[in-house]
Design a protein around this ligand. Structure first.
Ligand SMILES: Nc1ncnc2c1ncn2[C@@H]1O[C@H](COP(=O)(O)OP(=O)(O)OP(=O)(O)O)[C@@H](O)[C@H]1O
Ligand SMILES: [Mg+2]
Length: 361
């Protein structure tokens, strides 16, 4: 798939922006703070209903305005879809092909993206929350059942935690079994799907990683579930007293993590910065491949300022793996590796929120 047209209205620094994109490499070049990442953020928002850089989506709305809009026209193998995303001070909503959607989760799968930004280079070092977020965004895009189970799990978890606080006051825990039964059902789906996905991710990322590292290093991605599906009920009972005491749910998929090993060594603790970057790059490329397998076409790749963070060999590797993929790149200067691909579809100069196509590259 690829994005043919993008329009923004009162979206961060853009009062109005209308651009057409090439089905190939699109470069957004400009100095710092000119509005390059804002463009990628708008696409990310349409794919996931979230921003990749803030939890407070209200910040996206252009200062002094009430709402922000993003419109995308997406060309797929056999059809064309449009997404209209609307963000107001109070709510988010969207239309797919002009039809309002009931739940924003319906956006998952309508537009499939893989984003790679400088923050991702910290994926290994950062907290488990970031690694769970990586897992969830990927899985939600390819598996509706996962999205549904995760949503329900989060809802029940919230209710259980609230109930724990209430029970604490009233000293009555009779309802806990009801919450636990529901939690178990959704946790089972989430854990089982995470197991299967990480197995596949590990297999593919391992191969890509071996290629990038010149077959010198072997990567292993290991799922570290807080509790496995089979022993969920038993463990919940075991931890009940603790949960009551701390008034929160101490085990479950909301506490899962991932571990990365290179030749058996824990990358988080012992890996060099370069090794960590290579692992993240291999994961992102594996993500592209897995997504393509599940959706039956190429997803869209968003590269926010990452090229300058990778050495020339890794940049070249990245382009080797992303042929035929619509790629949007933001940068302050064009890297040699990009010139080398000779497949630049469109080049835009971004200055103070004005995006101008540059015709002769
Ligand atoms: N809600 C908003 N309303 C208006 N302008 C905003 C809003 N949010 C951010 N901006 C402006 O957008 C600009 C930042 O845009 P963006 O993050 O896309 O920059 P960039 O070109 O990617 O820069 P860099 O190269 O440093 O990453 C800043 O000038 C900021 O003031
Ligand atoms: Mg930026």
């Amino acid at each position: 798939m690829y994005i043919k047209e993008l329009s923004l209205q009162d979206f961060r620094s853009y009062e109005q922006l209308d651009i057409t994109l090439a089905n190939g490499i699109n470069i957004f070049k400009g100095d710092n703070a000119q509005g390059k990442t804002n463009i990628l953020e708008s696409i990310y928002l349409c794919a996931t209903a979230r921003s990749h850089r803030t939890h407070k989506e209200k910040e996206i709305i252009r200062w002094d305005k009430d709402c922000a809009h993003v419109k995308l026209r997406i060309k797929k193998k056999h059809i064309e879809d449009t997404i209209d995303f609307h963000l107001s001070q109070k709510s988010k909503s969207a239309l797919i092909n002009k039809m309002p959607i009931g739940k924003l989760g319906e956006l998952f799968g309508c537009l499939n993206i893989v984003m790679f930004s400088p923050e991702d280079l910290q994926l290994i070092k950062n907290s488990p929350k970031e690694r769970r977020r990586f897992l969830d965004i990927e899985l939600c895009q390819i598996d509706k059942l996962y999205y549904y189970a995760l949503r329900q799990y989060s809802k029940v978890l919230k209710q259980r935690n609230l109930a724990l606080k209430e029970f604490f006051k009233q000293k009555d825990y009779s309802m806990l079994d009801v919450w636990d039964m529901q939690l178990e059902e959704y946790a089972n789906t989430v854990i089982t799907k995470r197991v299967a996905f990480i197995e596949e991710l590990n297999q593919i990322a391992k191969e890509i990683h071996a290629d990038i590292s010149g077959k010198k290093e072997e990567l292993e991605i290991i799922y570290m579930p807080s509790v496995d599906a089979e022993s969920f009920r038993e463990k919940m009972l075991k931890y009940r007293e603790k949960d009551i005491l701390y008034q929160t749910t101490s085990i479950g998929p909301h506490r899962d993590d991932l571990k990365f090993l290179i030749n058996g060594m824990d990358v988080k603790t012992y890996g060099s910065q370069g090794q960590q970057r290579t692992v993240v790059l291999a994961m992102k490329l594996a993500e592209l491949k897995i997504m393509k397998k599940y959706i039956g076409e190429e997803p869209i790749l968003l590269l926010d300022d990452v090229l300058s963070e990778l050495d020339e060999k890794r940049q070249t590797d990245l382009f080797k793996y992303t042929e035929n993929t619509q790629t949007l790149i933001t940068c302050t200067g064009i890297e040699q590796s990009v010139w080398n691909t000779q497949k630049i579809g469109k080049l835009y100069n971004v200055t103070k929120g004005i995006v101008k196509p540059q015709n002769n590259i």
